[in-house]
Design a protein around this ligand. Structure first.
Ligand code: SF4
Length: 346
């Protein structure tokens, strides 16, 4: 994760936000490492007070990554975060409406070449806009704030309009995309737990991406941030917007299932999250559909009662004891990725 381009035809990026206390530097560093291993492109950290701003500086220095500081209410914290190495500021105009303060911040950021994300949320829309239709209000609030930054010379602006209502979120982003050229950060806010959050995000973000709208995404979930990253990558891969990653196909299981499909599929997904080559891996519970599905995969496994079949490049590669299948398959997977990467570089 180095400097990341957003917009202007750059690939759509996946971002997430730490849920550790910013002042707990070790916990933050551990979570950053998990997120980068999972393929997160951009990481945001909340800076709710001065101690957090100090901790932000320590974290930024120790990771060397271009971290985003998330600021609400207090523009002084944005200055402190900038003093401490923030490479981008996310601010919400719904709760920072003093345009004088915003101008001062904008001039500094413009001078230092620091981008801003103007992030407007349905839940924290400023009362000035509340008489308008919700989607129109979100658009107007975002554009008014972006204009303040622009007039101060800051051109590097990303705009995010989020709402927990998928229809409002999609409608507002369509309106915004039709009238401005800012790169757009997409997300359904307060999307919920894994189940509802994934469905809402896939609908909201996925619909817009399919229409060619959106430059960076966050799948917000009430779940560990690494799940947001894995979901974001899966969404991009499903839409054909990210090809260099691993696709794990696995069967839904049934009375014929002979191996722990869920455990193996999850393990494969986790250990291959950082892999940037286009592999398809099939994890199937029995030979009935397993062998056929494995034929279209780079690697596949079809569980059996005592013996399981491993497929490599679409062909039966070996038969192993089902008891030893999972560790054996994981070793084979490592070897396959290494071999594939070497061949690509030759
Ligand atoms: S692959 Fe086999 S175990 Fe899995 S759902 Fe199909 S029939 Fe059942």
């Amino acid at each position: 994760m180095g400097n990341i381009a957003i917009g202007g035809g750059a690939p759509v990026t996946v971002q997430s936000m730490l849920n550790t206390k910013t002042t707990d530097v070790d916990a933050c560093l551990k979570q950053i490492s998990e997120l980068t291993d999972a393929g997160c492109d951009l990481i945001r950290i909340a800076v709710p007070d001065e101690n957090s701003a100090t901790a932000f500086g320590i974290i930024a220095a120790r990771t060397g990554l271009p971290l985003i500081a998330d600021i609400h209410y207090n523009y002084k914290l944005a200055h402190l975060a900038l003093d401490n190495g923030a490479r981008k500021i996310r601010m919400n105009p719904g709760n920072m409406r003093d345009f004088g303060q915003i101008k001062e911040l904008a001039r500094r950021m413009s001078g230092e070449g620091i981008p801003v994300r103007v992030g407007v949320n349905g839940g924290s829309l400023h009362p000035d806009y509340k008489t308008m239709d919700e989607a129109d209000a979100l658009v107007a609030s975002a554009l008014d704030c972006a204009e303040v930054f622009e007039t101060c010379g800051l051109k590097d602006i990303v705009v995010a309009i989020k709402a927990s209502d998928v229809k409002v979120m999609t409608e507002a982003n369509r309106k915004l995309a039709a009238i401005c050229d800012y790169p757009l950060h997409l997300g359904v806010t307060e999307a919920g737990t894994m189940r509802s959050g994934l469905i809402k995000s896939a609908l909201g973000i996925g619909t817009l991406l399919q229409e060619g709208i959106g430059d960076t995404i966050r799948v917000s979930l009430s779940a560990p941030p690494v799940e947001e990253v894995l979901a974001g990558k899966t969404l991009l891969r499903t839409l054909g917007l990210r090809r260099n990653c691993v696709e794990v196909v696995s069967c839904p299981t049934c009375a014929r299932t002979e191996i722990d499909v869920e455990k193996l599929a999850n393990a494969v997904e986790r250990v291959t999250a950082h892999v940037t080559i286009p592999l398809k891996i099939a994890v199937m519970g029995c030979p009935l559909n397993g062998i056929g599905e494995g034929e279209g995969s780079n690697l596949g496994v079809a569980g059996g009662k005592e013996k399981s079949v491993i497929l490599k490049d679409g062909k039966i590669f070996e038969t192993v004891s089902s008891e030893l299948l999972i560790p054996h398959f994981m070793t084979l997977l490592d070897e396959y990725i290494e071999e594939y990467s070497k061949n690509q570089h030759n």
